[in-house]
Design a protein around this ligand. Structure first.
Ligand SMILES: [Zn+2]
Length: 299
């Protein structure tokens, strides 16, 4: 199965070792280990025209050792162990920026500028910080929760309750619909000018992903589809989607858009797409991959 990781060799998560505190501690004290700080959902990058992610070492956080207990082990990539930590204090955030000559920035606004390795690691760190911030209290009894399994589980502090919480993603479908020599792309108001993309939406409870493809395309564009075929998946942690990519064939070509979701949807030929560089979505996105794969089938 072809993987769609942004990290060429994939992040080794060592998930079976997360419960072994001494193993995780050894990784943390590895001289190569790097820490990704997250402050108000923003990540640390240098402030240049071609920004790069800035990773911290333990020394950068030596004055705040209490943070070491809330470190989240992300995994090992090319022999470097990566951890994430949430920085609540504005004063500490400012101090860190000063130490490493960088700034906390919105990751989504940097997505076209950063490399795939930085995007995947920073998006994971940002997601884990987001998940912890929203699971501080038990949804069953209301007591506080505590961190466990190197940051991959939260457990209710009330021993009689003992509810466990695990990070999870929301499944969403994204689909390249084609009809003869054209494909169906839609446009949302908030996107950069001229950008179009494949149709997407969340899977509803009790629904198969294939059902979700048929329903979403019909709801958003009025087009009925068949021959729904799975292609690839991609985590899209803004904030917590797992995108499941499909192709499908249109049964009708008349478009009626849902104006709450889209401002436009159209059929495009391959030449129309190739002629307009503004049209394609972000290169790191699964939508880009689905569209460019369809383009290449016409060569
Ligand atoms: Zn509880």
């Amino acid at each position: 199965m072809k993987k769609n990781n942004l990290l060429p060799n994939g992040l080794d998560r060592f998930s079976l070792h997360r419960g072994d505190k001494s193993w995780v501690n050894d990784k943390f004290h590895d001289e190569n280990s790097r820490i990704i700080p997250v402050h108000h959902s923003q990540v640390l990058c240098d402030d240049t025209i071609r920004p790069k992610a800035v990773y911290l070492t333990r020394k950068n956080l030596a004055q705040t050792k209490d943070l070491f207990d809330s470190m989240i082990f992300l995994g090992v990539y090319e022999e470097t162990p990566y951890f994430a930590v949430d920085i609540n204090s504005d004063e500490l955030a400012e101090n860190l920026c000063h130490q490493v000559n960088a700034a906390f920035q919105d990751l989504k606004s940097l997505i076209t500028l950063l490399g795939g390795q930085d995007i995947e690691l920073l998006a994971l760190a940002r997601f884990m910080s987001y998940w912890h911030s929203r699971n501080q209290y038990c949804g069953k009894c209301g007591d506080k929760t505590r961190i466990s399994e190197a940051g991959h589980v939260r457990i209710c502090r009330n021993e009689r309750c003992n509810e466990h919480y695990f990070p999870s993603m929301d499944p969403a479908v994204i689909v390249l619909v084609s009809a003869k020599e054209r494909c169906l792309l839609g446009r949302k108001k908030i996107w950069p000018e001229g950008m179009y993309s494949t149709i997407a939406g969340f899977v509803e409870p009790g629904e198969t992903v294939e059902d979700a493809v048929v329903r979403e395309v019909q709801e958003e564009t009025g087009v009925h589809v068949e021959n729904v075929a799975y292609q690839h998946s991609q985590p899209w942690l803004f904030p917590s989607s797992l995108m499941l990519g499909f192709t499908a064939m249109a049964k009708n070509e008349e478009i009626t858009i849902d104006k709450n979701e889209l401002v436009d949807a159209r059929w495009f030929t391959r030449n129309e797409i190739k002629a307009d560089p503004r049209l394609l979505p972000y290169k790191v996105s699964i939508a880009y991959k689905l569209i460019t794969e369809w383009l290449s089938k016409g060569d």
